[in-house]
Design a protein around this ligand. Structure first.
Ligand SMILES: *Cc1c(COP(=O)(O)O)cnc(C)c1O
Length: 395
């Protein structure tokens, strides 16, 4: 196998096309798809050496496969991380990033505004194992300072958050987390490594749902955890190797193809979202638009400092609440109702009754997720067609 990657030297767009590529003896241009569970050894001595870690080579696809390994190396290259491990889904990545290092008696401090299933891990699972979880308003640095004054093992945030598109100050939170000797974990799904690289702002670990923009075509589930080589090899790998939330080689192969166009797609979707956000803000039936690229966004300056562009997601409040929002969603002809995001197809969802239903009315109110809020994931269609569809549905 020949490795043609010079990841360090290439610019980001080149890394997205070539990063991590390893060719077999056939010299294929595309990444080869190794659909195999196991590997054969020339002799038992070879197997012994590989199991002892004294010889290179794959052992078993639960914890190592050439196609998955290309995906891991490409993901690490995009964010400038030393190493990455792939997982079956984004939730497996978030779960592994926490569980691989936490033990009973530890504390986790997290922003309250998180993806629904991340909240489930914090609210329901970790406390069962004696891990104390403290939730703070992520935009309030005083709350972070108070919560971290007693130390913590991990800090978890999402920026921009789902669905409120809150922008959190990664540099300031990293400083407080490190003073508390906590590992700072950033879920970078909404921004993608094209628009934001959390390691440059002090994050220790970055987690992805590759299901979203990285696949970008709504085909497969996947995830990744990125960090230092010491963390990935020493702490994360033993957990993943022995618990088995492995990414399938087929999904890794689909995701490798997705990454080749990630930069083009995310920039185009983000540019379309920026124009559509302004268009929506002028519609009379819409009470409020949340988009990090608009001057009326509460963290507009911070978004500009941390992100290269403002992303492909827009959240907005429909005047008249749930009934009006549902009526408008039913009138849409092009934009589909779906809770997925980051797809080439534009998708819209009503968070209060779907992704954030479990939290209950009170907690949703706390997060600013009203009954009239909808979240739009802008795809790759002609923005004029999207504008016309939104106009006829929401006007
Ligand atoms: C979708 C998502 C996840 C979970 O990813 P899956 O691939 O669906 O398991 C985690 N965090 C954020 C911010 C997400 O949008």
């Amino acid at each position: 196998m020949a490795n043609d990657s010079q990841d360090g030297a290439w610019r980001p767009r080149t890394r997205m096309v070539h990063g991590g590529t390893v060719r077999s003896q056939f010299g294929e241009t595309s990444e080869a798809l190794f659909l195999t569970s196991g590997y054969v050894y020339d002799a038992p001595e070879e197997a012994e050496a590989r199991f002892k870690g004294e010889a290179p080579g794959f052992l078993y696809s639960r914890f190592g496969n050439p196609t998955v390994s290309m995906f891991e190396d490409r993901m690490a290259a995009l964010d400038g991380a030393e190493a990455a491990w792939a997982t079956a889904t984004g939730m497996a990545a978030v779960n592994a990033a926490l569980m691989c290092q936490l033990k009973s008696g530890d504390r986790v401090v997290a922003a309250r505004a998180l993806f629904g299933s991340c909240r489930y891990i914090l609210d329901e699972i970790l406390p069962r194992f004696g891990v104390e979880v403290v939730l703070v308003d992520g935009t309030d640095l005083d709350q972070w300072a108070t919560a971290l004054a007693n130390g913590a093992a991990c800090v978890l945030i999402e920026t921009p958050s789902n669905p409120g598109l809150e922008i959190l100050d990664m540099r300031a939170i990293a400083e407080l987390a490190h003073a508390a000797e906590a590992q700072f974990i950033v879920d970078n799904v909404f921004a993608t490594p094209v628009l934001q690289r959390p390691l440059e702002f002090g994050a220790d670990i970055v987690v992805y749902s590759a299901t979203k923009h990285i696949d970008g075509h709504g085909r497969v589930l996947g995830g990744a955890v990125l960090g230092t080589r010491a963390f990935c090899e020493g702490t994360l790998k033993p957990y993943l190797r022995n618990t088995g939330p492995s990414l399938s080689p087929f999904n890794a192969w689909v995701l490798l193809k997705g990454i080749e166009t990630l930069d083009l797609r995310v920039r185009a979707q983000s540019a379309a979202a920026a124009t559509l956000a302004d268009f929506l803000a002028d519609l009379p039936g819409i009470a409020r638009v949340l988009y990090p690229g608009r001057a009326d966004h509460p963290q507009f300056d911070l978004a500009a400092a941390q992100m290269e562009a403002s992303g492909s997601l827009i959240s907005f409040d429909v005047a008249g609440g749930k009934d009006s929002a549902f009526r408008a969603l039913k009138r849409l002809r092009l934009i589909a109702i779906s809770n997925n995001l980051g797809d080439a197809k534009s998708l819209i969802t009503h968070p209060a009754t779907t992704t954030h239903q479990r939290l209950g009315q009170l907690e949703r109110a706390h997060l600013g997720i009203g009954d009239g809020m909808v979240r739009l994931s802008v795809g790759l269609e002609d923005p004029e067609d999207l504008r016309e569809d939104l106009a006829q549905a929401f006007a």
